[in-house]
Design a protein around this ligand. Structure first.
Ligand SMILES: N[C@@H](CCC(=O)N[C@@H](CS)C(=O)NCC(=O)O)C(=O)O
Length: 206
């Protein structure tokens, strides 16, 4: 198999998982370069030349050009596929929920998980933030619940990259102290996503 894409990826990162999931969903060939959390790789000169924002995931395209931001990668890789709705309104909803993920969901659910689950000593260090994360996170989950009471997937009746973007940290929200038992529509959606034939879990790395 030709190795076309290179993904700089961090174990445990939901943002990196989004890209592994879409690459596998679409059957695209790729190789992984593992970036250890706290290793300093993201601030090395070689990495900064690829992403001046010092973050993973970082995708290098088959022609060698780098692309940062998980949402941009999802949209680029899925262009022309069924993972981006053909209907203009559903496509706009797909983007709406992807922007929501980055601005409202990720800063409280992913960030809380990073400190409370992935960072040794993080719970003590960030104790002053937990109440705010909980309040904002449960509000975000209620917004998602309302949408999923109306629709099987975020952009409409079919699975799209918006579902990948939101699945990545919602399915591990309990690792950030969120209890999903009061959100039946979210739990049914998580099961729908996980039952897709090409689905892989967060630990899968190709
Ligand atoms: N908005 C970015 C967020 C990326 C991000 O937060 N990346 C984290 C890992 S999940 C990172 O690279 N942190 C720097 C580090 O740990 O060295 C995206 O969606 O790709």
């Amino acid at each position: 198999m030709t190795v076309a894409y290179t993904l700089y990826s961090m174990h445990g990162s939901g943002n990196c998982y989004k890209i592994r999931l879409v690459l596998h969903e679409l059957g695209l060939p790729f190789r992984i370069i593992d970036v250890e959390k706290g290793s300093g790789i993201t601030t090395s000169p070689d990495f900064l030349a690829l992403n001046a924002n010092a973050q993973v995931p970082l995708l290098v395209l088959p022609d060698g050009r780098p692309l940062a931001e998980s949402g941009a990668m999802l949209l680029h890789l899925a262009e022309g596929t069924a993972l981006i709705p053909a209907d203009p309104y559903e496509r706009a909803l797909c983007w709406q929920w992807m922007f929501f993920e980055q601005y409202s969901h990720e800063p409280v659910i992913a960030v809380a998980r990073n400190w409370l689950f992935l960072t040794p000593g993080g719970r003590e260090r960030m104790a002053h933030r937990i109440d705010e994360w909980q309040t904002k996170g449960y509000r975000v989950l209620s917004v998602m619940e309302g949408r999923l009471e109306q629709s099987d997937f975020f952009s409409g009746p079919t699975f799209s990259v918006a579902d990948i973007a939101l699945y990545a940290y919602t399915h591990v929200a309990e690792e950030a102290d969120y209890d999903l038992s009061a959100y039946p529509a979210i739990r049914a959606w998580l099961a729908r996503v996980a039952s897709r034939p090409r689905h892989v879990g967060i630990g899968w790395r190709g």
